[in-house]
Design a protein around this ligand. Structure first.
Ligand SMILES: C[S@@+](CC[C@H](N)C(=O)[O-])C[C@H]1O[C@@H](n2cnc3c(N)ncnc32)[C@H](O)[C@@H]1O
Length: 241
């Protein structure tokens, strides 16, 4: 039975409950610092999608405050990660370099910037510009140059393609940026082993927890928003191993 621990609080506070050097993999999707940028653009996104993330209120920090928040997160991350532990952080492409700089300051070893390509993105403003269909992920290890890497002898490209989150996975409430389980499971299987402990300090709708539980890993999830937390807790509890 997978061991699941969830905290409904700010992740910097929540991570203080976790002892030093105990986490095998941090797999997380923090705010991308795009909220203000999107609000300033005349994209009509809010009208097109009621639960547009830019209107949700959790990605509203200005750039300097966001950097401070990411700095505090990485500081705690390196305290809780085991030596040789791994980390995947999803990020907007335009913030990748900023995030790598912060991570390296805390001693993380930068490995890869990869792409998640969505096969069926919403074709917003398709006659005006290129439809946004990619997000990036950044891969680090801590204190060693290599961590768990279960490639089973296959060549793994720095690129993964999946559909956007299917409706069937959304039945536990609406989160504007819920990621598909298939995407999270991919990293869980490659970068951790059975019974390892996976941490997601920005767990949103709990997709990482579902992927961890289904794959027989232990999970610690933290989410600041009460409603997202309630929905994520129900969703993870209702997941069978
Ligand atoms: C990009 S979403 C994560 C979505 C998630 N990957 C999923 O599949 O549902 C980021 C989440 O971080 C939460 N968040 C933002 N700041 C936080 C903080 N300081 N501590 C904990 N959670 C935070 C937001 O409420 C939001 O749900």
């Amino acid at each position: 039975m997978a061991d699941i621990t969830l905290y409904n609080e700010d992740c910097i506070k929540g991570m203080k409950h976790i002892p030093d050097e105990t986490i095998d993999l941090i797999l997380t999707d923090p705010p991308y610092n795009l909220g203000q940028f999107m609000q300033d653009r005349d994209t009509n996104l809010k009208k097109m999608r009621e639960n547009f993330f830019g209107a949700a209120g959790w990605d509203d920090l200005n750039f300097n405050d966001w950097k401070r928040c990411m700095n505090a997160f990485f500081q705690e991350a390196v305290r809780v990660l085991k030596k040789g532990g791994s980390m995947i952080v999803f990020m907007s492409i335009i913030k990748v370099e900023t995030l790598i700089n912060i991570a390296e300051k805390h001693g993380l070893y930068y490995k890869t910037t990869g792409i998640w390509h969505k096969l069926n993105p919403m074709p917003r403003n398709m006659n005006l510009h290129f439809v946004n269909s990619i997000e990036s992920w950044i891969y680090f290890t801590y204190n060693k140059k290599t961590g768990t890497f279960n490639n089973e002898g296959k060549v793994l490209h720095d690129f993964i393609e999946t559909s956007v989150t299917p409706n069937g996975e959304r039945r536990h409430g609406v989160h504007p940026t819920q990621k598909p389980e298939k995407l999270l499971s991919y990293f869980v299987q490659i970068l951790s082993n059975k019974a390892d402990i996976i941490l997601d300090p920005f767990m949103g709708s709990g997709s990482t927890g579902v992927a961890a539980k289904k794959n027989g890993r232990q999970f610690i999830g933290i989410e600041i928003n009460k409603l997202y937390f309630k929905n994520a807790s129900k969703r993870i509890a209702g997941t069978s191993i």
